[in-house]
Design a protein around this ligand. Structure first.
Ligand SMILES: *Cc1c(COP(=O)(O)O)cnc(C)c1O
Length: 469
């Protein structure tokens, strides 16, 4: 499988090289040159397979030519072997034809584990073969950091540096990052905000001289391997509920358009999906596009669902590429316009065509809390605020009551106690067994000034299993 850039000006790469890159050299994002397509019979024949075997069937075409079947199978078995629930991604019924797909049974209790547990293992596999080491740098406001560290902690050839804003992430989230031990794990608390952290990572990718020749790898949702791993659970959910013979609808809490883009790909690969709902919080750039064809940059609004607090949506460009008949130069022009004006609209027919599949809703903090309350009182299920946004949007945007409606449950409620407290339910979320002693564990992190050169010299001093590069 070859991968091409959404802006059409970068060299095509194979899976291995795409995994080891961030943005394409023309500023675009990598996408498969040809999407694999499965027949209904093929998909139906996968019913009842264990999750890792289904994952192998769905992802095999994407990695073809880069890794042997035997290696890929072994890696997938290991990856999903660390999940705490036997079903890996169990479905829980909330109402008539209404389900939540629980994606929070991985080590860090959020759906990001599905992709980052795999990414770490794939990196290690390819780096061992190449005899290379890499450095990962990422910025986090919470979930990405812990999932990336958990995913890479056993990697022989990876040093990982995660920047978080000092004193501005929740205690559960900080502890999930800072209590993981390993001489290749480096937590940096920057005396600044999340944007400062992200800016430093961006600048480091743009000029990697401080790494003395070591390559920098991206673990944010622009990395193709993350999207790829997320396609699998759409197939898994559908097969549990009578797919592919029946079509389904999905509601997806999203900020960067990563998780929902995976659903869009699942559909284009042959899985019957008749509706995809984009569920956002007040940071609603995607909702404004879907409802009114205006993709316009706004200021940041901190919310009770912080993992979706974004100003622009980094994977949206991948959808734009398809919307424009995979015309790279057209996408490059739109993105350059957006950079200048902060606004982007597409031609009416393209937008109308997109809306045949997608609906959307923006859900504010009050509605998020009242949804947590309502669902808890009606069913006894405690939702995290991101999942609650998905359920709310599912209920308001649903086109058909006779099709299964599945909301992606993106995180465990214990990660976001503030929303649960505000929802005034008479229950406290508890940490699952493997994290019971989280608050007693030792933490390790380094506080650094909000200065690029300080952070970069720290990375250079510690980037080789704690030793200088
Ligand atoms: C990262 C995250 C999201 C948003 O994911 P996208 O890639 O933006 O779709 C939603 N919920 C939780 C809990 C997350 O950690």
């Amino acid at each position: 499988m070859r991968y091409i850039s959404t802006r059409g000006q970068a060299p095509a790469l194979n899976f291995e090289d795409v995994l080891l890159t961030g943005l394409a050299t023309d500023g675009g994002l990598y996408v498969p040159e040809n999407l694999p397509h499965f027949t209904q019979e093929e998909i139906a024949s996968w019913a009842g397979l264990p999750y890792h075997e289904l994952a192998f069937n769905v992802m095999r075409p994407f990695v073809a030519g880069s890794i042997s079947d035997a290696d890929f199978k072994r890696i997938l078995k290991e990856t999903y072997g660390v999940f705490a629930h036997e079903a890996i991604a169990p479905l829980r019924q909330l109402g008539a034809n209404e389900w939540v797909l629980e994606l929070f049974h991985g080590p860090t209790l959020a759906f990001k584990d599905f992709a980052l547990q795999l990414l770490g293992r794939l990196l290690d596999h390819f780096l061992l073969k190449r005899g290379e080491r890499v450095v990962i740098m990422g910025a986090t406001s919470g979930d990405t950091g812990s999932a990336a560290i958990e995913g890479c902690k056993h990697c022989e050839n990876v040093d990982i540096f995660i920047l978080h804003p000092h004193n501005r992430v929740s205690e559960v989230q900080r502890r999930q990052m800072t209590t993981i031990k390993g001489d290749n794990i480096h937590n940096i608390a920057v005396e600044g905000n999340f944007d400062d952290c992200q800016e430093m990572v961006k600048n480091s990718f743009a000029d990697q001289g401080f790494l003395k020749g070591t390559r920098l790898v991206a673990v944010n949702s622009i990395n193709w391997a993350r999207i790829m791993a997320q396609i699998v659970y759409y197939f898994h959910a559908s097969l549990q509920l009578g797919g592919p013979a029946r079509s389904m609808a999905f509601s997806v809490p999203t900020g960067n358009f990563g998780d929902i883009f995976a659903g869009y790909l699942a559909r284009n690969m042959g899985l019957p999906i008749s509706q995809l709902i984009v569920a956002t919080n007040r940071n609603d750039i995607l909702h404004r596009f879907m409802s009114g064809n205006r993709y316009a940059k706004d200021t940041l609004h901190p919310s009770l669902s912080p993992s979706m607090d974004i100003m622009v949506s980094s994977n949206f460009e991948r959808l734009l590429f398809d919307m424009h008949g995979r015309n790279g130069p057209a996408v490059a022009e739109l993105m350059s316009e957006f950079r200048k004006t902060g606004l982007l609209s597409v031609e009416d027919e393209r937008w109308t065509e997109t809306r045949r599949l997608f609906d959307s809703l923006a859900v504010d903090d009050d509605a998020t809390c009242s949804t947590i309350t309502d669902v808890y009182r009606a069913t006894g299920e405690l939702l995290d605020p991101h999942t609650a946004i998905g359920v709310r949007a599912a209920r308001e945007c649903r086109r058909s009551m006779s099709l299964p409606m599945i909301t992606l449950g993106t995180a465990h409620p214990v990660k976001f106690p503030e929303a649960v407290i505000k929802a005034e339910v008479d229950v406290e979320p508890v940490l699952p067994a493997h994290l019971k002693d989280l608050f007693e564990r030792d933490e390790r992190f380094t506080v650094l000034a909000n200065e690029l050169h300080e952070v970069q010299s720290f990375v250079a001093q510690h980037g080789n299993r704690g030793k200088p590069l």
